[in-house]
Write a protein that binds this ligand. Structure first.
Ligand code: NI
Ligand code: MN
Length: 226
């Protein structure tokens, strides 16, 4: 399996025919060289919540690749109104078997709205995803504060947890380290830091704080294979 970090919260995951983007914020993302047009073959796009740095270039990439967009009911309805057909709506707590394996939507302590021409559109509750493919489980937390709900994820036996550490909008280093203690993943990849001044954080300091898991620090556009 390949996990490629595209900067901010955006990740590309590949395992066989499963080629997926999570939160594909590329065009306005100063951390990545990846562009929406780079993705010719894509099976799925997962969107954790409606904020522009997560919904990102979903519409454009989905239109060019026909990838199935998986998100909450409200965001999927917004995207259908924008012309998308290949979608799957789900919601927090729900798990579904799709072609590649399973996906469960998890809670996130955050907001979710879509800014459309200066109008604020309701985009449901924010979430994260537990994605199981080829017997491996990846948890992408989305944007979230530290929450006791994360204790429930220990039962999932997560292989790789992708957690925000940048603070201000999400968990900071201290809280993300507490999240690792609750989630107990084998590997954790820190994300959602250094994109903007207000979310500056040191992934090396995060690594020092975490004892229960291996911390894999990826530079934007770098890959982790396992
Ligand atoms: Ni957000
Ligand atoms: Mn964000």
């Amino acid at each position: 399996m390949i996990i490629k970090y595209l900067g901010h919260s955006a990740c590309y995951i590949e395992e066989g025919n499963f080629k997926a983007l999570i939160d594909p914020f590329l065009r306005g993302n100063p951390q990545t060289k990846s562009r929406p047009g780079d993705f010719k073959q894509l099976s799925h796009i997962f969107v954790t919540h409606g904020h522009g740095d997560h919904l990102g270039d979903t519409l454009e990439i989905a239109k060019q690749t026909q990838a199935k967009v998986v998100s909450n009911f409200e965001i999927v309805n917004y995207l259908v109104n924008q012309g998308l057909i290949n979608v799957h709506a789900m919601h927090i707590g729900g798990r579904i078997r799709l072609g590649f394996g399973t996906v469960k939507m998890t809670p996130a302590l955050h907001g979710s709205s879509i800014l459309d021409d200066g109008r604020m559109i309701y985009a449901g509750n924010p979430g994260g995803f537990v994605i199981e493919v080829a017997g491996k489980k990846i948890y992408h937390a989305g944007d979230t504060g530290l929450t006791m709900d994360m204790q429930l994820l220990a039962d999932e036996a997560i292989d790789v947890a992708i957690l925000p550490i940048g603070g201000n909008f999400t968990m900071d280093i201290e809280d993300a380290a507490k999240a690792v203690t609750m989630i107990r993943p084998k590997v954790v990849i820190p994300v959602h830091y250094d994109t903007f001044d207000v979310i500056k954080a040191s992934p090396e300091v995060f690594r020092q704080r975490v004892e229960e898991a291996e911390v894999v620090i990826l530079k934007p556009d770098e890959e982790y294979r396992f």
